[in-house]
Design a protein around this ligand. Structure first.
Ligand code: NAI
Ligand code: MG
Length: 484
């Protein structure tokens, strides 16, 4: 069942256009979370490999890649996007086995990666500077130039989508990228490098060094040859990375997850809202930075919403990724332990409903039945901390001010959903909620690559996705010419 049908060698790093054995000649195991079995090995890159990769990236900037016209860069990214589309089923299967993600969701990730390549491929030659009226005798204009070498540290939950919004955006602006994927799920990052290689991406424009966070990851973020760092992952590691960036005085984009709420008012269209309320909590088994883990409901409809969500929860089935049920396993035994600990410490909260484990699931898989939790006070850890598993809490509120207070009452601010028919309330809440995105009568808007995304507070800073990301992946230079 878990036969990995790979079109690349995962025990190699991709550095300077070459497939190299990591310096320490070591590997890390690939675990299939659906079975708990080891199904292969990936390269364990070292600080030396990272150093080679950063040098290769710099060489690319000084060579063919650095000279490539924007339109040609765009054509190349579009070609890679086409190749990703052609391989979408294969990539989805690899991702499903590696991450434990149900096949349909993995396929959506592959299609999203293709969309990023199309979108940013088309944008390459459409980002430009301005001329600025100035004193007589001067012509002043701005140039948008790449930072240079960009570092990308990504997590295991959505490797393909995060490569799309981070690495592809950086390449679109002409940077040369070094990618360190997560130890739990590296395969599609290496697959992406293989596709870029086949497409003819100039050597060194993209380098991929799999390895441990504290080893390859820390070497990359502290490397003096890196000019910009983009990180998605935990708050704790984000803080380490911002410190490393501070020492080298380089800009950093941090995307650190959240505790995103959906606010349901009494006049909401519940038939429309219900599937969004639940899906936003259980997609990818809740291991989603923008998961909606808090459902805030006006007291007059609280019991109805809770009952209807509970009914959906009881129908959720959990099983192996390739069986493609609603929910797959968690990525690792460690992640299952983290999530289970929250459910072991309810502190007065109650489990309102759970999903069901499918019959005959492999004993070694990291399965956890989704849990809907009620009677949670907003200060409870379940309502404050990022759980990163299929757990949602339902909390009543009394009025609009109360809803805003609870919504804004965590350290995070990534995404929010507002369900109400009242137009004025929609606008007021969109302004009042502290988060990088607000969705009105929907949640996530289908995750479009066009929509700028990022956090405030402990959810991080900087924006990826959309055109906005391209400003972050470039530097503005002002040129003032005196000509008399
Ligand atoms: P993590 O933050 O440790 O891992 C993310 C990436 O950072 C991986 O590529 C890892 O190798 C790298 N990394 C780790 N230590 C590093 C260091 N010292 N220097 C440079 N890179 C380093 O996240 P982890 O341990 O996988 O998950 C723990 C928790 O973090 C989850 O339970 C969840 O709450 C949160 N998380 C949030 C994500 C999001 O999408 N915002 C994604 C993954 C985890
Ligand atoms: Mg970690």
């Amino acid at each position: 069942m878990s036969d990995l049908d790979l079109f690349f060698d995962p025990t190699r790093c991709f550095i300077g256009g070459n497939w190299v054995v990591p310096n320490g000649q070591q590997t890390l195991p690939i675990e299939n979370p659906s079975t708990g079995e080891t199904v292969g090995a990936i390269a364990r890159g070292t600080a030396d490999d990272i150093d080679h990769a950063v040098r290769a990236a710099q060489a690319a900037l000084n060579g063919e890649w650095g000279r490539m016209p924007a339109a040609e860069r765009g054509r190349l990214l579009a070609r890679i996007g086409h190749m990703v589309l052609e391989r979408a089923d294969q990539l989805a299967r690899i991702e499903a086995i590696d991450v434990g993600k149900p096949l349909k969701q993995a396929k959506a990730d592959a299609l999203a990666l293709a969309r990023y390549l199309e979108f940013y491929g088309g944008a390459c030659d459409k980002i430009h500077g301005e001329t600025i009226p100035y004193q007589d005798g001067y012509t002043v204009y701005t140039l948008r130039q790449p930072h240079g070498v960009t570092a990308h540290i990504i997590p295991w939950n959505y490797p393909m989508q995060i490569i799309g919004r981070s690495v592809v955006g950086a390449l679109a602006m002409g940077n040369a990228a070094v990618l360190k994927p997560a130890e739990e799920a590296c395969l599609t990052a290496i697959a992406f490098a293989k596709i870029c290689d086949e497409a003819g991406l100039p050597k060194g424009a993209l380098n991929v060094v799999p390895g441990l966070g504290e080893e390859a990851g820390a070497a990359l973020t502290s490397h003096p040859g890196v000019h910009h760092i983009s990180f998605t992952g935990s708050v704790g590691v984000g803080q380490l990375i911002q410190e490393a960036a501070a020492r080298n005085v380089v800009p950093v984009t941090l995307e650190l997850g959240g505790k995103s709420p959906q606010l349901v008012f009494a006049d909401a269209d519940l038939d429309r809202a219900l599937p969004f309320l639940v899906n936003a909590g259980i997609q990818n088994a809740g291991q989603t930075c923008s998961a909606s883990s808090r459902i805030l409901v006006h007291r007059s409809v609280h019991d109805e919403v809770l009952a209807r969500m509970a009914e959906r929860y009881r129908a959720l089935r959990v099983g192996p990724a390739l069986d493609d049920l609603e929910v797959g396993p968690l990525v690792s035994a460690r992640q299952k332990h983290i999530v289970s600990s929250f459910l072991d410490h309810l502190d007065g909260a109650k489990i309102a409903a759970r999903g069901q484990l499918a019959d005959g699931i492999p004993a070694g898989g990291h399965y956890l039945a989704p849990a809907l939790v009620s009677h949670v006070v907003p200060s409870n850890a379940l309502a404050q901390d990022e759980i990163f598993g299929p757990v949602q809490v339902v909390i009543p509120f009394d009025d609009e001010a109360d809803a805003i207070r609870i919504a804004n009452g965590t350290d995070f601010g990534l995404v929010a959903g507002v369900w109400t028919a009242d137009g004025g309330r929609q606008m007021r809440l969109a302004k009042a909620i502290r988060s990088g995105q607000v969705f009105i009568n929907n949640y996530g808007a289908g995750g479009g690559v066009e929509l700028p995304f990022g956090g405030i507070g402990k959810s991080g800073h900087g924006r990826e996705k959309g055109f906005e990301a391209l400003y972050g992946f470039s530097v503005l230079k002002t040129v003032a010419a005196w000509h008399g």
